[in-house]
Design a protein around this ligand. Structure first.
Ligand code: BDP
Length: 681
């Protein structure tokens, strides 16, 4: 139960006074589907925390102590609120305010819309669970990003691409699940941290999934959408660009063909008959063998606009992914550089997309490695809507066997200054739409959940889903604030628990980096499944993912003078900073430069010695993680304690594998011994 409930534990609160004072009598002044969900959540929470539910009415009366309403539904002045503050917040924002109802103390949860009421309710529940005072509340919140999305990579056969927590909660045996309760609980979790959009099938749309937009499956998709809607979440589908051929009777999917245009228009009309507030399409086209406009000599703008036009009358949007590169490149031809690809494809098309088209850009130019520079497309597209794509599922980051808290990494990305309009042009101001006054924008991320009891395989990986939602609501929150809040909600308010787990989470990304691929080189994983070390696993393959290690040195020369010229895709001064060996930060050195093993880092170590040191250190750090966790044995329920312990042990094994393979490999390649004479095989 604890594992399943994640951060919505609603742990018992021994304070009946508080209940009497604030929660005994609730007035839900506004009414809507979403408000119904709010009431359900409150009932559930109060029963679980105080052992009893509140009286709920629609009218405010003398006894009322908690008022839920949209700002238009109550007389703000009666409660000392000035209506003007609602002009400062967007449609999903809210105010939480302590006030008086007659001579009684009351708490007001006032949303700009009913969605705001939902988010305000969860805010209040968090305050209760973390033991914060409920006195003199005066909170104003508004989400910074408009689109706050989750991408499921679920297939209809029940498998999940890059899923590490069991099977899909959406599909089984090529059908849509009948277990709508689990989907509802997912919606509760997502909405509790402000997620407002979800695409429910894999970006790789295979044969069965192509049918999701036919009348065979749309009635069932509509059932899912009904559930999500009650939690303020819009449903999107990933589509197959060749649908007119695969499920229609056309012989082409050419985006400029009139029959194709007509086909999509009718298709979209049909979808909206089932789901009147359908969000739109997510599209992976001309990428890793998925069909797209290139087959017809058209470009990405032609492809995206075709769908944009069809969706426009319904206010739907197209989310077109920029993960486009040549996955068939000959490894012998080292003149092309995969890192350049997204920019090279999409920069020339800036300004050519309809305004309901959004480009979805991965945070880095390669593919969710442990450390990558920020994609140079951020800042380069001034006249195109864009969403940033993160990956919560830990494909390259230990697959939810190894611990890796991702919020610190995401924060670095959001804080990165692109300099596209001078200093201060950070990624967060691009994706929140403020820098370029974009019409729509936001953040999306690949989900990390499946049908495992605890949703995420590794219980501590729940922190990434929670943290993702909290961070994209407000990118200014610190990684540590988020983790602390998550721990309190998930495990309670014991200081030892908070301190130890906080350490574990905050150190974990660095630890993972230490025993895998420090200095920005990435990859070196086992091909296909991507877990565990395999130094040359991708070195002689067609995916464009190389480290170029030879007997003298390692790294990819991406400079403008002697390399692939990738550094030239950045604005100054980033361009020069990455391009020069002197100024390139150590942690990304090998991403940008090929250097001898004896090259001295800013830290004073040589590259080879850094590799040895960090790999030995990484393993020791995993041992420390285990020691910290063991301290908590009496303070955490047995299921979650053992779940995490078991994963930490797997992590230790993995870390040792990495240490030994990587160190041995580079010792043999370079012939340079470890200064500290530790055992290298
Ligand atoms: C890579 C995954 C692959 C995805 C692809 C994508 O290995 O499974 O299909 O990204 O984002 O990270 O489309």
């Amino acid at each position: 139960k604890e594992a399943y409930n994640c951060w919505l534990q609603y742990r018992k609160v021994d304070n009946d006074k508080l209940f009497q004072l604030y929660f005994k009598s609730v007035a839900a002044v506004s009414n809507s589907l979403i408000i119904q969900s709010v009431i359900q959540e409150l009932e559930l929470a109060f029963h679980s925390m105080y052992g009893k539910g509140p009286d709920i009415s629609q009218q405010i009366h003398e006894q009322t102590t908690l008022i839920l309403a949209t700002y238009q539904d109550i007389k703000l002045a009666d409660y000392g609120l000035n209506g003007d503050i609602f002009q400062e917040i967007n449609d999903e924002g809210y105010v939480i305010k302590s006030s008086k109802n007659g001579d009684k103390e009351a708490i007001l949860l006032i949303g700009k819309t009913d969605k705001g009421v939902l988010y305000a309710t969860h805010h209040l529940l968090r305050l209760i669970q973390t033991g914060e005072t409920l006195k003199e509340l005066n909170i104003l919140e508004s989400p910074r990003n408009k689109i706050r999305m989750i991408n499921q990579w679920d297939n209809m056969n029940g498998s999940i691409e890059r899923g590490y927590a069991g099977k899909s909660i959406f599909y089984e045996n090529n059908k849509i699940t009948s277990n709508m309760e689990r989907i509802k609980d997912y919606a509760r979790l997502l909405s509790s941290v402000g997620v407002n959009a979800i695409s429910i099938n894999n970006v790789n749309v295979w044969k069965v999934e192509t049918n999701l937009i036919t009348n065979v499956l749309l009635p069932d998709v509509a059932k899912i959408a009904d559930i999500l809607r009650a939690y303020g979440i819009k449903t999107f589908l990933s589509i197959n660009f060749a649908s007119p051929i695969e499920i229609g009777d056309l012989t082409t999917a050419d985006p400029l063909d009139n029959d194709v245009k007509q086909w999509w228009k009718q298709k979209v009309e049909e979808i909206y008959r089932y789901i009147p507030d359908f969000g739109g399409f997510v599209v992976k086209a001309d990428s890793e063998h998925r069909p797209g406009p290139f087959s017809y000599n058209r470009n990405h703008a032609d492809g995206a606009n075709l769908l944009g036009e069809a969706l426009q009358p319904f206010n739907g949007i197209v989310i077109w992914r920029c993960f486009v590169y040549n996955c068939m490149q000959d490894w012998r031809d080292r003149s092309t550089d995969r890192a350049r690809a997204a920019y090279d494809h999409f920069k020339p098309l800036d300004g050519h997309f309809l305004d309901n088209v959004i480009l979805q850009i991965k945070n880095g130019p390669m593919d969710f490695q442990v450390r990558e520079p920020v994609s140079p497309l951020f800042g380069a597209l001034e006249s195109t809507n864009q969403v940033l794509e993160f990956q919560i599922t830990q494909e390259y980051l230990g697959q939810q066997r190894d611990l890796c808290y991702l919020v610190p990494m995401w924060k670095e990305v959001l804080e990165f200054d692109t300099y596209s309009k001078g200093a201060g042009s950070t990624v967060k101001t691009i994706v929140d739409g403020s820098l370029f006054s974009s019409k729509i924008s936001g953040i999306a991320s690949v989900s990390n959940i499946g049908n495992d009891v605890n949703w995420t395989g590794h219980t501590l990986a729940q922190a990434n889903l929670f943290g993702y939602g909290r961070l994209i609501w407000n990118p200014d929150l610190a990684a540590e604030e988020i983790s602390r809040e998550w721990i309190q909600l998930t495990f309670g308010n014991d200081e030892t628990v908070i301190e130890q787990i906080n350490h574990m989470l905050l150190d974990s990304w660095g630890i993972y980096e230490n025993y895998t691929t420090p200095l920005g080189i990435g990859w070196m994983v086992n091909p296909n499944h991507h877990y565990g070390p395999n130094v040359d696993g991708y070195e002689y393959s067609r995916w464009g993912t190389y480290h170029f290690a030879d007997r003298d040195g390692i790294g990819v020369d991406r400079t403008m003078e002697t390399g692939t010229g990738y550094t030239g895709q950045y604005f100054s001064p980033n361009k020069e900073m990455f391009n020069s060996l002197d100024t390139c930060p150590d942690e990304l050195l090998l991403f940008f430069h090929h250097v001898p093993y004896t090259h001295t880092l800013k830290s004073g170590e040589t590259v080879i010695q850094h590799y040895y040191n960090s790999h030995f250190k990484g393993v020791e750090q995993v041992e420390e993680l285990i020691a910290r966790w063991i301290l908590l044995e009496d303070k955490i329920d047995s299921y979650r304690f053992h779940n995490v312990l078991e994963r930490l042990k797997m992590q230790l094994k993995n870390a040792k594998e990495w240490r030994d393979q990587v160190n041995t490999y580079f010792y043999r390649k370079s012939g340079i011994p470890d200064e500290k004479n530790r055992k290298i095989y």
